[in-house]
Design a protein around this ligand. Structure first.
Ligand SMILES: NC(=O)c1ccc[n+]([C@@H]2O[C@H](COP(=O)([O-])OP(=O)(O)OC[C@H]3O[C@@H](n4cnc5c(N)ncnc54)[C@H](OP(=O)(O)O)[C@@H]3O)[C@@H](O)[C@H]2O)c1
Length: 281
């Protein structure tokens, strides 16, 4: 699907590199098909040397030479970047923005033209090819464009197609989710230390338990409640621990956390939209 496409990255930081790695690792394209830009020459040098891709300090070159342009700069830089490359953008190119909180219509209004746009919300776990990405198509994105985006983001984990209005919820759950799980693992490791394990052993046990439980859930396709029931024996240890977690309100706390992060994402998105609109000359 990507064999004959030139793929450009505007911004070659953490996310850009993770995607380049995923594409090449999955043999979805050849290094010569990738052209990336960045403001930092040393960053470009690293990416070029590590992956054999081409690099340039000119964002416009990337846009000019690419069929698929991935905008991978920080949200606050997006306006500047879109205005810089706008004259080379047109409906023949697929533009994929991964900038958190930047709506599709804000990108079009910044470019002052209609574009074939896709917006994606991923998470940091793309760096170990276990991310989850939610993909929302703009009005000119075809089914084939969405499938192309899916191919790209599946190379760094799993991806799902979604409506744009749900991306705040995605940010609240899987976008911010790694932070919640890091906290849970840290807390479990503390607990292990409290009951006498070494810090190192406790951390391995806590993180491998989270990984194993997630893998088991995904591989069996079972409902988590069923697997929970399977590992709780009458009068046993797991049910005693679960009772304490329910008493402490873990389930409600997690629901509240996702809800509040979703609201925060909406508020930040509104601020971003206003900034992009207000700053227009
Ligand atoms: N990291 C995540 O977990 C995550 C998750 C979901 C979505 N995202 C989104 O992904 C996007 C990229 O995030 P990231 O973590 O990869 O950021 P990053 O590591 O800071 O990468 C962005 C790169 O773009 C460079 N840059 C700055 N201004 C530029 C310009 N005008 N033209 C070209 N390149 C420029 C940056 O250089 P400087 O460092 O010198 O500014 C940096 O090397 C963001 O919009 C973010 O919202 C990130």
């Amino acid at each position: 699907m990507l064999r004959n496409k030139q793929i450009g990255f505007v911004g070659s930081g953490n996310m850009g590199e993770a995607l380049i790695h995923g594409l090449l690792h999955g043999h979805l394209c050849r290094p010569e098909q990738i052209l990336c830009s960045d403001v930092r020459p040393e960053r470009l040098k690293t990416i070029r040397e590590k992956y054999g891709v081409r690099g340039t300090s000119h964002n416009s070159e990337v846009v000019k030479q690419s069929d698929i342009v991935i905008l991978a700069v920080k949200p606050q830089i997006m306006k500047q970047v879109i205005e810089e490359v706008a004259k080379h953008l047109d409906l023949t190119k697929l533009i994929i923005s991964i900038a958190a909180g930047v709506p599709l219509d804000a990108i079009e209004s910044c470019a002052r033209k209609e574009l074939k746009l896709i917006r994606v919300m991923s998470n940091i776990c793309v760096s170990v090819r276990e991310g989850v990405s939610a993909i929302a198509g703009g009005r000119h994105a075809s089914k084939e464009d969405l499938m192309m985006a899916k191919t790209i983001f599946d190379s760094v984990g799993k991806s799902i197609l979604i409506e744009e209005y749900l991306l705040d919820a995605v940010t609240g759950l899987s976008g911010s989710g790694p932070a919640y799980i890091f906290l849970i693992i840290d807390a479990l490791a503390d607990a292990g230390v409290k009951v006498g394990l070494s810090r190192d052993d406790a951390l391995i046990m806590a993180s491998q338990t989270v990984l194993g439980a997630a893998k088991m859930l995904i591989e069996t396709g079972e409902h988590p409640g069923k697997l929970k029931d399977m590992v709780t024996s009458p009068g046993g240890t797991a049910i005693a621990g679960l009772h304490t977690l329910e008493q402490g309100g873990l389930r409600t706390t997690l629901i509240n956390a996702v809800e509040v992060a979703t609201e925060r994402s909406k508020a930040l998105g509104e601020m971003m939209k206003n900034n992009l609109a207000n700053e227009k000359p």
